[in-house]
Design a protein around this ligand. Structure first.
Ligand SMILES: Nc1nc2c(ncn2[C@@H]2O[C@H](COP(=O)(O)OP(=O)(O)OP(=O)(O)O)[C@@H](O)[C@H]2O)c(=O)[nH]1
Ligand SMILES: [Mg+2]
Length: 205
C-alpha cells in the first residue's frame, strides 16, 4: 500500500543563508514546503503528519526560525521506498521577533521561493477561523509569479464551534479550484485525504 513511513521521518538541518539554500538545492528532487502566517500551525502539521516532536511548536508566534529541513519516506505499491524533503518556513505576519530578524527571514523566504519553486509543492496553511487575511492575500499575489504547484489547508477546524462557522468553511472549500483541505493538526482530523493525495503527487513522475 502507498503510504508515508512515519517512523523514518527526521529533522535534517537548518538553513539560514542564501548560500546554504543554494548548496542544498541539488541534494533532492522533490519536496513540499509549508508556508503561511505565523501561528497557523505549520510546525504542528509537520509533527502530526510525519512524526511527533520533529518540529518545534509554540504558542508564541515566530517559533520557527530559518528554514527547517526534514526528510520523509514514502512506500509505493511495490513496497519500494522513496525519500522526499519537507521544508518548514518561518511564518509571515505578527511574529514577536526583532525587526532585523524579521527582515532577514523575509529575504530568506524570498530566496527560498526563487530557488526552490521548481522542486516543491507549496502548502499554504491558514487558520480556518480567520482565512484569507490581508497577508495571506499578499502572499498569494506574490506567489503567483512562480507558477508552482500550490495546495491550501484550513487548519484548526476543532476551534469551529458553531454550525454557521462550519457551514462558512464548507462553502469556502467548495469555491476553491486547487487541492484544498480542512483539518485539525492538533487533533489529527482529516489528515488521511491529504496523505493519499500527497503520496500520489510525490510518486507520479
Ligand atoms: N486548537 C488547535 N490548535 C492548533 C492546531 N494546530 C496548531 N495549533 C496551535 O497553534 C499554535 C501555533 O502552532 P505552530 O505549529 O507553532 O504554528 P506555526 O505556523 O509553525 O508558527 P510559526 O513557526 O510562528 O510560523 C500552537 O499552540 C499549536 O498547538 C489545531 O489544529 N487546533
Ligand atoms: Mg513553525
Amino acid at each position: 500500500m502507498k503510504k508515508i513511513i512515519r517512523a523514518n521521518s527526521k529533522h535534517i538541518t537548518t538553513m539560514a543563508t542564501r548560500a546554504q539554500l543554494e548548496e542544498y538545492l541539488d541534494t533532492f528532487d522533490k519536496g513540499i514546503a509549508l508556508c503561511g502566517r505565523s501561528n497557523v500551525g505549520k510546525s504542528t502539521f509537520i509533527n502530526a503528519f510525519f512524526k511527533n516532536k520533529i518540529a518545534r511548536v509554540s504558542n508564541t508566534p515566530g517559533k520557527t526560525s530559518d528554514v527547517q529541513v526534514f526528510s520523509f519516506d514514502v512506500e509505493d505499491e511495490n513496497g519500494e521506498v522513496h525519500t522526499f524533503k519537507a521544508f518548514d518556513l518561518p511564518g509571515f505576519g505578527h511574529a514577536r521577533v526583532s525587526k532585523a530578524e524579521r527582515s532577514r527571514w523575509d529575504v530568506l523566504i524570498d530566496d527560498f521561493f526563487k530557488l526552490y519553486h521548481k522542486k516543491c509543492l507549496f502548502i499554504h496553511l491558514m487558520d480556518s477561523q480567520h482565512p484569507f487575511q490581508k497577508n495571506d492575500e499578499n502572499f498569494i499575489e506574490y506567489f503567483k509569479r512562480f507558477k508552482s504547484k500550490y495546495w491550501m489547508i484550513f487548519n484548526k477546524i476543532d476551534k469551529l464551534k458553531t454550525q454557521s462557522a462550519r457551514a462558512k468553511l464548507k462553502n469556502l472549500l467548495k469555491s476553491q479550484l486547487n487541492n484544498t483541505y480542512s483539518i485539525s493538526a492538533h487533533k489529527k482530523l482529516n489528515l488521511e485525504s491529504i496523505e493519499a493525495d500527497l503520496v500520489d503527487y510525490l510518486l507520479e513522475n
